[in-house]
Design a binder for this molecule. Structure first.
Ligand code: GCO
Ligand code: MG
Length: 404
């Protein structure tokens, strides 16, 4: 058969930042791409793909997408986890890409076709202080974006999640070992409600405001914050507590009507099954790359739809343009998909992954090329460019390690 998988390549590269990309090629030359980037742990997933998954794919029928997923998930015996699920996700996305190219259809057409004309997105505004933050908020509004995530410095702290000294924030890449940040919850809780209220005052009612707490609070602290910012009318508060404790959200929920978003570190439907079926969140943030690809995300989103929860996937710079493409195609074809995060990329990343998806009038569009509509510029994917780059860790003032 001419359409079986013949070649499996795992590209580890650093066009401005580290990415792991899977490239599958069939005997008749159709190429499918998948993103397998796990920020700060790139080589582990590359080895999983090269050493264990790749050899099993050679000679396999790329059209049996669900069967390959089950083979790689159930067949391995060991379950879940970010490394294994990113590898499965990369294979899944590459197979969908191949199917699109073989049938000449953009992916969204194979996923049921458009349910909306354009996909809502949000951009990041960051600033150490309010004037700097408002400047970025205004810039995004002028560029046509209606939904903005706001992150700001905290008095007394030197480094804070989501903020950098320059205009662009990059979570990883600050050296060969993780940077250690100091965290102080009381200072944060005293400061942030006033900042969010001031941003609301500045932008008026028509802008969606989002804020990422990045897993820093206990349930009762999260409940207090949610309640304090109710007058701001937030689009959402994100990751208020460490996400693996699903029951914690019940307490938060009992105290506040501020919408809650969670799930960027989840890998499977079983990580969010209680959260969704008990309606403890409003938005589920699983990403194509980290939660088993398009096939598995569709199941999570279907469960969410039944329970009135909306999809809003993770989309920072460490989710490559390949994954972002998959998410945009899925978003344009999924009824309960609310919004796609789009942090943006350095120019070199756009050049390394030429893509049909694009921003138009403050919204995302998948483009109409067959499959994902993303290709690779091989010259910009040099394995020698890879450098270890870790996400930071955080300690409380007394030195206790806490959630970053
Ligand atoms: C977000 C995220 C990111 C993560 C990063 C980890 O909401 O965009 O929280 O900023 O921290 O993707 O690799
Ligand atoms: Mg986040």
């Amino acid at each position: 058969m001419s359409d079986l998988i013949e070649r499996v390549e795992v590209l580890v590269s650093r066009p401005a930042r580290n990415y792991v990309t899977l490239r599958l090629t069939t005997r008749d030359g159709i190429v499918g791409l998948g993103d397998a980037t796990v920020n700060g742990r790139e080589l582990a997933v590359a080895s999983y793909l090269r050493d264990h998954v790749g050899p099993l794919l050679i000679g396999r029928d790329p059209g049996r997408i669900e069967d390959v997923w089950q083979y790689l998930y159930r067949g391995v015996y060991w379950r879940r986890g970010p490394i294994g699920m990113a590898a499965i996700g990369a294979v899944d996305v590459a197979l969908w890409d191949i199917l699109g190219k073989r049938t000449g259809q953009p992916l969204y057409a194979l996923l049921g076709g458009r349910v909306r004309d354009r996909l809502a997105t949000y951009r990041h505004a960051l600033g150490w202080d309010l004037p700097a933050l408002l400047e970025q908020v205004d810039a995004h509004r002028e560029a046509g974006f209606d939904n903005i995530r706001v992150q700001t410095g905290v008095p007394g702290l030197d480094i804070v999640y989501g903020i950098s000294s320059g205009p662009v924030y990059e979570p990883a890449g600050r050296g060969a070992a993780p940077v250690e940040e100091t965290w102080d919850t009381d200072s944060y809780l005293r400061h942030i409600p006033g900042v969010l209220a001031a941003v609301r005052e500045h932008v008026g009612d028509s802008v969606g405001l989002l804020h990422d707490v990045h897993h820093r609070l206990t349930p009762i602290q999260a409940a207090r914050l949610g309640k304090a910012v109710e007058p701001v009318g937030m689009y959402w508060l994100e990751d208020v507590t460490p996400a693996e404790d699903q029951e914690a959200l019940r307490l938060v929920r009992q105290h506040t009507t501020t919408p809650l978003a969670i799930g960027e570190v989840f890998n499977t439907v079983w990580d969010c099954q209680q959260l969704i079926s008990n309606r403890l969140i409003d938005y589920i943030r699983v990403a194509v790359v980290h939660a088993g690809g398009i096939s598995h995300l569709r199941k999570i989103f279907a469960l969410a739809e039944v329970h009135g929860v909306q999809a809003a996937p993770h989309g920072p710079s460490d989710v490559s343009p390949v994954s972002l493409a998959a998410s945009i195609h899925l978003g344009i074809a999924t009824h309960n998909f609310a919004i796609q995060e789009y942090m943006g990329y350095p120019d070199l990343v756009h050049e390394a992954f030429p893509h049909a998806w694009h921003v138009a009038e403050g919204h995302l569009q998948p483009g109409d090329e067959p499959g994902l509509g993303v290709s690779i510029d091989d010259d910009l994917h040099n394995p020698e460019d890879y450098e270890p780059a870790y996400l930071p860790v955080a300690r409380r003032r007394d030195g206790t390690l806490t959630d970053w």
